[in-house]
Write a protein of this length. Structure first.
Length: 366
C-alpha cells in the first residue's frame, strides 16, 4: 500500500488519520507542530511522541525531506541558490534572498514546465511532474534549517507554472499560512503565472490575499506569441479583462512581470504600448533585465534602455520599478542550475562557477 504524504495533510485531516490509528487528537496537534513549526527533519526528532507511535507513523506515512545537492552563494549580495533532490531522484531549484524587510524564498512548483516560455531554462525539457504541497513547503523548511534564519516572504516563481498545479498550490498556501504552522501572512505570498485565464479566474474566486504576478513580457499579441506560447491560447484583451476581474474579487492589485530583452521588447514604442494596455488597471509593473540563458539567444537590455523604459512608464502614470538583481554572479534564471547539474552527469559532480564552495551534509558543493 502506498504511504500517505503526512506533511501535505491539514491539521483536521491529520486528526482524522490519528483517530484511525487509535490515537488521541492532541497527538495530531503535536505532530503538526513538529512538522510545520519546529520543522523536524524526521519522526525520530519528535521527543514528546511515544516511540511506538513514531514507528507506526513511519510505517504508514511518507515524510518529505528534501536534500540539497548543490548550493551556490553570490559573492555580491549573499543570495543563495539551492538544488534540491526529491525522493524519486528528480531535482528542483529554490533561491534564498536577504532584503532589509526580511528574507525571501523563491520556490519551484513543478519539476520542469510545459509552458515553453522562450527565455526560461526550466521549460527546455518540458514538464516532468507536479510537486506536492509538502515538496513546496520543504524547500522553505530546508532553507530555514540551513541558513538558521526565518523566512518572511515566499514567492512561487521558480521552475514550473503554479496554476498548472492548482490543487497542490492551494494546499501549500493553506499550510504555509496556517496559524498552527509557519503562519506566513497571505499578503507575504506571491504566485506567478504565465497567464492561464480560466485558472486565474478560478483563483480570483478563492478570494485569497496573496499577490498575483502575471508574466506579461510584451504589450502586443504578436510579440507576446513570439516569447510565450500561452499567448496563442489567450489574447491580451482576455488577460486584461481577467486582471480586472481578479482585482474586483480580491481587492489585490496585479503585478505585471516584464522581462526586458534587448531589441525585442525594450523600445520606446514598447513602453508606450504597455502603458496604453494597462492604463486604468490597479497594478504595478516589475521591470526585469532578463537573465541570459545559454540555450537561448536573448540578451539583457542595456542599462540606459531599462532606465528610459521605466521613466516613460512613470511619465504615463504607471507605477513601475526595476527589480534589483540578486545573485547576478550565479545561475540566476529559472532552471539554469538544475540543467547544468544534470548536464554534468551525476549527483557527485562538482559544479563550477563564481560562487562560494560549501560543505553541506558532508559533501562539497557550489
Amino acid at each position: 500500500m502506498e504511504k500517505k504524504d503526512i506533511k501535505s495533510l491539514t491539521l483536521e485531516e491529520l486528526k482524522a488519520e490519528m483517530a484511525a490509528l487509535g490515537e488521541k487528537p492532541f497527538r495530531a496537534v503535536q505532530l503538526y507542530e513538529w512538522m510545520h513549526k519546529k520543522q523536524a527533519r524526521e519522526f525520530a526528532e519528535m521527543t514528546n511522541i511515544p516511540l511506538a507511535m513514531k514507528e507506526k507513523c513511519g510505517e504508514c506515512y511518507h515524510y518529505t525531506v528534501l536534500r540539497a545537492e548543490a548550493v551556490q552563494e553570490s559573492f555580491i549580495d549573499g543570495t543563495k541558490k539551492y538544488l534540491f533532490a526529491l525522493s524519486d531522484g528528480n531535482m528542483v531549484e529554490s533561491v534564498w534572498m536577504r532584503y532589509k524587510h526580511g528574507n525571501s524564498v523563491c520556490i519551484s512548483s513543478q519539476v520542469g514546465c510545459r509552458m515553453g516560455c522562450r527565455f526560461c531554462a526550466s521549460t527546455l525539457d518540458g514538464l516532468v511532474r507536479n510537486l506536492t504541497a509538502s515538496e513546496m513547503l520543504d524547500q522553505i523548511y530546508a532553507i530555514t534549517k540551513e541558513t538558521g534564519e526565518r523566512v518572511s516572504n515566499v514567492v512561487v516563481m521558480g521552475s514550473g507554472e503554479p496554476l498548472d498545479n492548482y490543487e497542490n498550490l492551494l494546499r501549500f498556501i493553506g499550510l504555509l499560512t496556517d496559524e498552527n504552522g509557519l503562519h506566513i501572512s497571505q499578503r507575504n505570498v506571491t504566485v506567478s503565472t504565465c497567464g492561464i485565464v480560466p485558472m486565474m479566474r478560478r483563483l480570483a474566486k478563492e478570494k485569497l490575499q496573496i499577490t498575483l504576478a502575471l508574466s506579461l513580457h510584451a504589450a502586443t499579441d504578436e510579440k507576446r506569441r513570439e516569447l510565450m506560447p500561452i499567448a496563442n491560447q489567450y489574447t491580451l484583451e482576455e488577460l486584461m479583462a481577467c486582471c480586472a476581474y481578479y482585482f474586483e474579487q480580491t481587492g489585490r492589485r496585479i503585478t505585471f512581470e516584464y522581462s526586458l530583452v534587448r531589441d525585442v521588447n525594450d523600445t520606446r514604442r514598447d513602453a508606450e504600448t504597455l502603458a496604453a494596455l494597462i492604463r486604468g488597471l490597479n497594478c504595478h509593473v516589475n521591470l526585469i533585465p532578463v537573465n541570459p540563458v545559454k540555450e537561448r539567444e536573448y540578451v539583457q537590455s542595456e542599462r540606459q534602455a531599462v532606465e528610459a523604459f521605466a521613466a516613460l512608464l512613470a511619465k504615463k502614470g504607471i507605477n513601475a520599478t526595476v527589480r534589483r538583481e540578486m545573485g547576478r554572479d550565479i545561475d540566476g534564471a529559472c532552471g539554469q542550475l538544475r540543467r547544468r547539474f544534470l548536464d554534468n552527469g551525476s549527483a557527485g559532480t562538482k559544479l563550477t562557477g563564481k560562487s562560494d564552495l560549501h560543505e553541506f551534509d558532508g559533501q562539497q558543493m557550489v
